[in-house]
Each structure stands twice: as structure tokens, then as C-alpha cells.
Design a protein around this ligand. Structure first.
Ligand code: DGL
Length: 274
């Protein structure tokens, strides 16, 4: 069966691209909820509700494994979905959040031992307002890593600028948000682009951050964690094509999607219940 990849819009295509290069034969079905994007300014209940609907649609398309390629949904809805919504059975939902925390702390997610020294003293997290407000990132870091300080910066406006393809506005916003971060933390040891859209403007973050700051690439981490998961759960693997679904206007997003994928693809309208 195809692996489902869900995002609030087009940003998850940065993750899909890496998944495809790690697993070139694998069938994928992508769903972007462009009609309801952005999620990053919504409250946690809204994000939960929309994410459940999107994931259900991918289940209905025959995807038994769905990757939530959206930090906002992973940070504020995934845990609740797994505890109270996901039907007991063969279907599984994974997020983009866990591989990032595992990488930064060098600890397995299931390792509940006391926090250890990881060598990481501080980390700057750039994400949407919802992801920062969820508090999920500092909570999960501190659960595993001792003596690490986590600084969060909500990058208001940046998702919209990227979805519109407005690079000038995106550059101004990146400069402004990075400057606000550096006023609190002048020399971040590591910086996390904690939103699936931001790899599109990774060069702008790189230029605005100090040269010594390590930029952590989430799509790479998610792709290799997924490949690893599939090698242990091979019943989810199936060769086949990639389908691209959107709840939004197919004609409007066709061109914009090219900046995320580097090529033109055929989009299908997703008719979702609810
Ligand atoms: N894809 C979402 C994320 O990674 C951001 C986009 C949005 O605000 O909807 O956080």
C-alpha cells in the first residue's frame, strides 16, 4: 500500500522529496490541506480536528501508514490522536517531531531513563506560533537532555510568504525573526527549522545565522527514520507511483508546488468528508 504523507499545505513536499530519494520505488500518496492552511495560527483543537480529517482521508485512500509531515500537527495533535483517536488495528501515524528530538539528544524516543549530558548547551527553534505555543519541543528536549536551553522563535508570516512564492518578503521575515532570536541567544550552537516550509528558504536562514551555528535538516532526518521504520515493518512497503492530492484549488497550487518539488506534477482534488 502507498505511504500517506500529510501536511497543512505544500511544505510537506520538502519531506516527500527526501522520502522519494531514500525510497525511490515506494508508492506515496501526498495530501496537502491547502484549503485550511495555515495551521500555525490555529488553536490546538482546530489543528487536531483538521489533522484527524486529513489522516482519515489518507486511510480511506488505502494508506495504512501516514507520516504527518507538519510540525504544527505533530507537536499539537499527534500525541492526542495516538491516545484517543487512532483506531486499534493495523494503521499507524508517525510525525516529523520524533526524529528531530532523537537526533538532537542522541536518544531513542522510547528511552525513559533520566536526562543525560548530550554536549548540546542550547538550541534555537524556528517554527510556527502553534508549534512554539505547544511547548512540545522544550518539554521533550529537557526530558532527555540535561543542561540544554531551548529558545523558540515564532516566525509569523513566513509560511504565507513561502506559500505565495514571495521570496523578498520571506527574506525580510527571516532576517527579522533571526535577529530577534540572536538578541536573546547571540551564538546558537544548533538551529532547528521546525516547520516543513522553512527548508525552502534554508539558504536565507543560513545567511542570517552565525557561521558556527549547526543547521539541522529535518527532511533528511525524517526520510532516514522512515526508511529505517519500513525496514523493520516491511508490510508497509509497496512499489508504485506517487499521487498528489489537495483540498485546495488544483490550478492555483500547480505552479507554486514546483518550487517545493523542482518539477511539475499532476494534482488531484481531494473530496473529504466533513
Ligand atoms: N507545515 C506546518 C509546519 O510544519 C506549517 C504550515 C502551517 O502553518 O500550516 O509547522
Amino acid at each position: 500500500m502507498p505511504i500517506g504523507v500529510f501536511d497543512s499545505g505544500l511544505g510537506g513536499l520538502t519531506v516527500l522529496r527526501k522520502l522519494q530519494s531514500e525510497m525511490p520505488e515506494q508508492a506515496f500518496t501526498y495530501l496537502g490541506d491547502n484549503k485550511n492552511t495555515p495551521y500555525g495560527t490555529r488553536d490546538a483543537y482546530d489543528v487536531f480536528d483538521l489533522t484527524c480529517k486529513g489522516v482519515q482521508h489518507l486511510f480511506d485512500q488505502g494508506c495504512d501508514l501516514v507520516i504527518i509531515a507538519c510540525n504544527t500537527a505533530s507537536a499539537s495533535a499527534l500525541h492526542r490522536m495516538q491516545v484517543s483517536w487512532l483506531p486499534k488495528g493495523k494503521q499507524r501515524v508517525l510525525g516529523v517531531f520524533v526524529p528531530m528530538i532523537e537526533h538532537l539528544t542522541q536518544r531513542d524516543w522510547g528511552d525513559n531513563a533520566a536526562p543525560t549530558h548530550t554536549g548540546l548547551k542550547n538550541v534555537a527553534v524556528f517554527a510556527t506560533q502553534s508549534t512554539i505555543s505547544s511547548g512540545a519541543f522544550p518539554r521533550e528536549m529537557k526530558f532527555r537532555a540535561r543542561d540544554v536551553e531551548v529558545f523558540g522563535q515564532a516566525c509569523d508570516g513566513l509560511v504565507d510568504a513561502i506559500e505565495k512564492g514571495d521570496r523578498v518578503e520571506a527574506e525580510n521575515l527571516v532576517k527579522r525573526h533571526v535577529a530577534t532570536m540572536l538578541a536573546q541567544l547571540p551564538l546558537p550552537q544548533a538551529a532547528v527549522l521546525g516547520c516543513t516550509h522553512y527548508p525552502i528558504v534554508e539558504d536565507l536562514f543560513r545567511a542570517a545565522l552565525p557561521a558556527s551555528t549547526r543547521l539541522v535538516s529535518q527532511p533528511d532526518l525524517v526520510a532516514s527514520a522512515t526508511r529505517n521504520y519500513i525496514s523493520r515493518h516491511s508490510h508497509f512497503a509497496e512499489q508504485g507511483p506517487v499521487r498528489y492530492l489537495t483540498t485546495g484549488n488544483v490550478d492555483k497550487i500547480r505552479n507554486l508546488a514546483q518550487q517545493f518539488l523542482g518539477k511539475e506534477v499532476v494534482w488531484e482534488k481531494a473530496e473529504m468528508a466533513g
